[in-house]
Design a binder for this molecule. Structure first.
Ligand code: SDX
Length: 383
């Protein structure tokens, strides 16, 4: 049976399952969370409301929103064991690797999964969402040699995260922009880290164990790690006037320009548009435009040059502008990908809880291309 099977490298175009959590309409550059466009979500919603919406599949009533908001505040503290795991990590360890260990440690006292206990699984996911933010902030401050900042219960999820990271309550403007940035990153149908979460959870592994695996997948530079690489690229270019030549050289040497390209989008990633708009607002407010200017020239040059080739389907993705926005929020580059996880944990959990309603372990076929009649030769005769 497997011999007749073809296969698509990287599962490109392969439908692995059905989902109603989100859809990426790559040809037209549209992203919907359970039918609602990302633009409307960015304009009208909040992280708390979208957490309920993605996990439960319906928009919350006011009492339901109040409840999930209260739970996100109630669950912010980390178990002492997890704090100890974070504090035991070498300060040179990449924060995503420390976060992956912290998530695995959170599973130590997690009960075995009851697939059908939707309420219990959603509550678990809300707790995990609250704790992951606290873990990211603790990891960041420890790396910088700073004492952890305890979470506050009088701040929203976005405000409290920035407060725990920086020790200062952010301005309402910055808090709103960060809230929107988190919503933009919450879900994106079957991206590599979400698919990883689904595969692990399909074995009935614990929610937090599956999220730990998803953190590992997100850490790669081809996926969530790209936002960190974009800022490293901007710093390597050094100045806006050097950007055009840098792009020409990158394209000539077939190097991949981070923050560009996507397996599904064949036009501009709608999230990139929203992020750029917020970034331009913050540039205008702060007057700090050097990174933005460099990226703007990379952006325009890439689109111009690729537009003249058969690769006119390569456009900026969510990672191209996010880092420059976070930099103006005084967030360190190495913390950009962990912040991606602060948001995506909701998408990972939503997919897992949805899948568990009609679960079947993922076990794809393989097209075997090796020998089938080999034998063991004496070691002396081996080449
Ligand atoms: C995210 O899946 C998701 O939804 C992910 C995400 C989410 O929300 O979860 O949207 C978040 O991960 C966004 C992507 C972040 N990664 C990057 O920005 C890294 C740079 N991009 C590339 O590595 C690449 O575009 C991928 C990984 C995003 C997509 O890879 P594919 O679909 O496997 O495409 P490919 O590598 O096969 O490239 C096809 C062609 C190649 O040229 P040829 O070998 O055919 O001549 O396009 C070229 C590539 O060289 N190409 C690029 C390019 N990306 C692809 N050329 C220059 N710069 C790039 N960025």
């Amino acid at each position: 049976m497997a011999e007749e099977l073809g296969f698509s490298k990287g599962l490109a175009g392969v439908v692995a399952d059905a989902t109603s959590v989100s859809q990426v309409q790559g040809e037209v550059g549209r992203l919907i969370y359970r039918g609602i466009s990302i633009e409307e979500i960015a304009e009208k919603s909040t992280f708390e409301e979208m957490t309920y919406f993605l996990l439960r599949g319906k928009m919350p009533t006011q009492p339901e929103l109040n409840k999930v908001t209260a739970e996100l505040k109630e669950f912010r503290a980390l178990p002492k064991t997890v704090e100890a795991v974070i504090d035991a990590a070498p300060k040179t360890a990449h924060p995503m690797m420390v976060l992956q260990a912290a998530m695995a440690a959170l599973a130590w006292d997690e009960a075995p999964v009851n697939l059908k206990d939707v309420d219990g699984n959603v509550r678990n996911a809300v707790r995990l969402t609250a704790q992951l933010g606290t873990a990211v902030a603790r990891i960041s401050r420890r790396r910088r040699g700073l004492a952890p900042v305890e979470p506050r219960t009088d701040l929203s999820h976005a405000e409290n995260f920035l407060y725990m990271l920086d020790g200062k309550v952010p301005s309402k403007d910055v808090a709103r922009m960060f809230d929107v940035a988190l919503m933009l990153h919450m879900d994106h149908d079957f991206n590599a880290s979400t698919f990883s979460a689904r595969v692990i959870a399909s074995t009935e592994a614990r929610l937090t164990a599956s999220v730990s695996g998803a953190v590992g997948a997100l850490s790669g530079p081809l996926h969530g790690g790209a936002n960190e690489k974009v800022l490293e690229m901007a710093d390597k270019i050094g100045a806006p006037e050097k950007a055009k030549d840098w792009v020409a050289n990158a394209l000539a040497t077939k190097a991949k320009v981070m923050g560009f390209g996507h397996r599904v989008y064949r036009t501009m990633d709608p999230r990139a548009k929203v992020l750029r708009g917020m970034l331009e607002q913050l540039v205008a407010q702060t007057g700090d435009k050097s990174t933005y200017e460099t990226l703007r020239i990379v952006h325009d040059t890439m689109i111009d040059e690729l537009g003249k080739t058969s690769k006119d389907y390569i456009w900026p993705n969510v990672d191209f502008w996010s880092g420059a926005l976070y930099r103006l929020m005084k967030i360190e580059t190495i913390d950009f990908t962990p912040i991606f996880a602060v948001a995506r944990v909701v998408g990972w959990s939503s997919h897992i809880i949805e899948m568990w309603q009609d679960n079947r372990i993922y076990r794809p076929a393989a097209k075997y291309v090796g020998p089938t009649e080999a034998t063991i030769s004496p070691i002396a005769s081996r080449g």
